[in-house]
Design a protein around this ligand. Structure first.
Ligand code: GSH
Length: 239
């Protein structure tokens, strides 16, 4: 059994979709990031960066439990465990890994900042708004050029690279119109139809609907962006 710790943001949704795609039995614990669940000592044992998602594979390598944090690492682990959604040949595998790293290192962090400055930042910062909206547009352009001649991101086959990028394209608040990027739009709509994707989107959706604004009161904002966040590392060092 896989134990998933998630919340339905793009990084959580990736793993939710992956688990539905591969069909392994799993159970879910919601890590409500607006309530500070990510700072609980029991969660920090498996996710030292106090971010979800994370998993525990109760029957990991050698039959012993293994915990994994970082969504890209989780996708790679589950692909390796099941032999699904990651090609075997090095050349093909490297295509997948490059696009997966592009998501982890660039798409996630940059679109995350676009969402933050456009929707959640309590003060208007015109320079940051412009910078991250421009960057979001540029990244959609990179994806569009790639998808013009490729059915999927890494090759002709759907892979963990698509699963990693797809939830970031659910229209959040990045200031980019999906319809203006024909090939990204085609790819997005194609993947959206997969039954496993639809099932993955339902997980925890009663608590936070994918793509909708995360409702945060003052206390939640303080946890995510204020002193609780800043001091999380200090508390751990002291413990
Ligand atoms: N690189 C990490 C990023 C994970 C991440 O940023 N998770 C966010 C939600 S999308 C989180 O847990 N935020 C809680 C916090 O910042 O306190 C991954 O891909 O797993």
């Amino acid at each position: 059994m896989i134990h998933l710790f998630s919340w339905p943001t793009p990084n959580g949704i990736k793993v939710q979709i992956m688990l539905e795609e591969i069909g392994l039995p799993y159970k879910v614990t919601g890590i409500d990031i607006t309530q500070g669940d990510q700072f609980k000592p029991s969660f920090l044992k498996i996710s030292p960066n106090n971010k979800m998602p994370a998993i525990i594979d109760e029957k990991g390598p050698g039959g012993r439990p293994l915990s994994v944090f970082e969504s890209g690492a989780i996708l790679m682990y589950l692909a390796e465990k099941t032999g699904k959604l990651m090609p075997k040949r090095t050349r093909d595998k490297m295509e997948v890994i490059q696009w997966l790293m592009f998501q982890m290192g660039t798409v996630g962090p940059m679109l995350g900042q676009a969402n933050f400055f456009r929707k959640y930042c309590p003060v208007k910062v015109p320079y940051a708004l412009k910078r991250y909206t421009n960057e979001a547009g540029r990244l959609y352009g990179v994806l569009d050029r790639r998808l013009k001649n490729n059915e999927y991101l890494a090759s002709a086959k759907y892979s963990i690279a698509d699963i990693a990028v797809w939830p970031w394209i659910i229209p959040y608040f990045q200031g980019v119109k999906l319809e203006d990027h024909r090939h990204v739009n085609r790819w997005f709509r194609q993947i959206e139809k997969r039954a496993a994707v639809q099932r993955g989107l339902l997980i925890l959706s009663d608590r936070q609907a994918p793509g909708e604004e995360i409702k945060m009161d003052k206390a939640a904002k303080e946890k995510l962006y204020g002193a609780t966040q800043r001091d999380a590392g200090k508390r751990r060092t002291a413990a």
